[in-house]
Design a protein around this ligand. Structure first.
Ligand code: UDX
Length: 445
């Protein structure tokens, strides 16, 4: 059992802290935002993440998990301090390390015994070295602070499971002592631990995220070509997936990747490589494809609708993926803005994300609590997220409820056969078009 302090109660910090308590450590989570700490004291997670509330309650009641704004006390005698604060994107695409340095300064001012500072936040290569030098320079007491890199690979919506059953734990260390400390901390998880130097560990995180982003952009690129040549991307990726070298994951074509990681991490690595005088062409291509892909549905709809002014537009799903209430970099946002700017009447449904969307568009959008209400008398329907509730929705109801059943599906939620059977006008990504019977052809490419 170790005494661990975690800085930051976002997806990375909070989930890490809770899971470390769950396996037996004594964990204190620190966050400067009072409201978050108050919620956590009531065993309520400030982020939407399955299983988290239950684990917070269980470990807080067992006196293994604590929450505080008082960083001085929390850092003073910790064996390990884990930093899981955000590293958002600067205007120019580089990573913003303001939160990280704020925490580093607070640690340097507070620690009263030697400790290992573990950076879980995604940071540009070389940041761990700089952080160690920064803290050693600013340290107040006569103690040694060592830094280790320990990138996080959890996904939103499955964060607890991803942490408890991680495929691997990557640690970037510069001493045996740091390695032993981290091995001890992770011992209860019984997961493969891969150790390397700090810069390599920092790079593993970017390379992993950028590779996955590249995989998605590649699939979207091929999907766009499928539309031109008359192939079906879902059949194509299915055919590819049987090759174990390719695998069957992250091959879903759509309206591009969003979220708090891929958009920011692709841009940060690209920016960093340019700074070093190297052009990372593949990552650059992934970013460019994704930027265009976001507006793919709108481009398709332009063929049928010269303008959206005065039309009732149903928007189904707004979060960047299903299973989260997070809207960061969600393709829905620029698309809804575009629709509103053109004078469309947007009626929106999302099972979890509507409340957050309302913070961005408080009055301009009509928020509906069911799919039926959103599509009632609608002229067009756009689907931006593949929620199960949307996928399970009977297509016949689109035909029945909408003024005209024009469906633009950015996540390939329905099979083409179903769409044909339901007699709707249906456009998806990388697949042949399905036309409503009033259209001349039943299937056009
Ligand atoms: C990602 C990484 O998966 C995770 O390892 C890392 O720690 C953080 O970033 P997350 O952002 O939670 O996790 O979501 P993820 O499930 O990876 O999806 C990211 C985006 O890619 C979503 O917008 C999703 O819709 C899109 N995506 C994913 C596709 O368009 N196609 C796919 O096949 C997979």
């Amino acid at each position: 059992m170790m005494h661990i302090t975690v800085a930051g109660t976002g997806y990375v910090g909070l989930v890490t802290g809770v899971c470390l308590a769950e396996v037996g450590h004594i964990v204190t989570c620190v966050d400067p935002i009072q409201e978050k700490i108050e919620l956590l004291h009531k065993n309520i997670s400030p982020i939407y993440e399955p299983r988290l509330d239950g684990l917070i309650r269980k470990n807080a009641e067992a006196k293994k998990l604590f929450f505080t704004c008082d960083y001085k006390k929390a850092y003073a005698n910790a064996d390990i301090i884990i930093i899981g604060v955000g590293t958002p994107e600067n205007e120019d695409g580089s990573a913003n390390l303001t939160f990280l340095y704020t925490v580093a300064r607070e640690i340097a001012q507070s620690v009263e015994k030697d400790c290992l500072v573990v950076i879980k936040s995604t940071v540009p290569i070389g940041t761990n070295d700089k952080m160690e030098a920064f803290m050693q320079k600013n340290v107040v007491n006569d103690v040694k602070i060592e830094v280790a890199s320990n990138p996080e690979f959890l996904s939103q919506g499955t964060a607890v499971h991803d942490t408890m059953h991680a495929s691997r734990i990557v640690i970037g260390i510069e001493s045996d002592r740091a390695k032993q400390t981290l091995m001890e901390m992770y011992e209860p998880f019984q997961q493969p631990i891969i150790s390397m130097n700090r810069r390599s560990a920092e790079m593993v995180k970017y390379a992993s995220n950028d590779f996955l982003a590249l995989k998605i952009s590649f699939v979207n690129d091929i999907a766009n070509l499928c539309e031109v040549v008359g192939a079906n991307i879902d059949d194509v990726t299915n055919g590819m997936s049987y090759d174990s070298r390719i695998g069957n994951k992250f091959l879903q074509a759509g309206i591009g990747y969003g979220g708090s990681c891929f958009p920011k991490d692709t841009k940060a690595l690209h920016w960093l490589s340019e700074e070093e005088g190297y052009v990372l062409r593949t990552v650059k291509a992934a970013i460019e494809v994704n930027e265009k892909q976001k507006f793919k549905l709108m481009k398709k709809a332009r063929k049928e609708f010269a303008s959206f002014a005065g039309l009732k537009v149903a928007v189904l799903g707004v979060t960047f993926k299903a299973g989260t209430d997070d809207l960061r970099e969600a393709p829905s946002i620029p698309n809804v803005r575009l629709l509103l700017n053109e004078g469309a009447n947007v009626h929106l449904y999302d099972p979890i994300g509507a409340a957050n969307f309302k913070k961005i568009f408080p009055t301009q959008v009509t928020y509906e609590s069911t799919i039926e209400e959103a599509i009632e008398n609608a002229d067009i329907c756009f689907i931006f997220t593949e929620w199960k509730k949307i996928k399970d929705f009977p297509l016949s109801l689109f035909r029945e409820k909408m003024a005209s059943p024009y469906i633009y599906d950015g996540r390939n939620c329905y099979s083409l056969a179903e769409a044909q059977k339901a007699d709707i006008f249906y456009r998806s990504i990388g697949r042949p078009a399905v036309n409503h019977v009033s259209e001349k052809e039943t299937v056009e490419i």
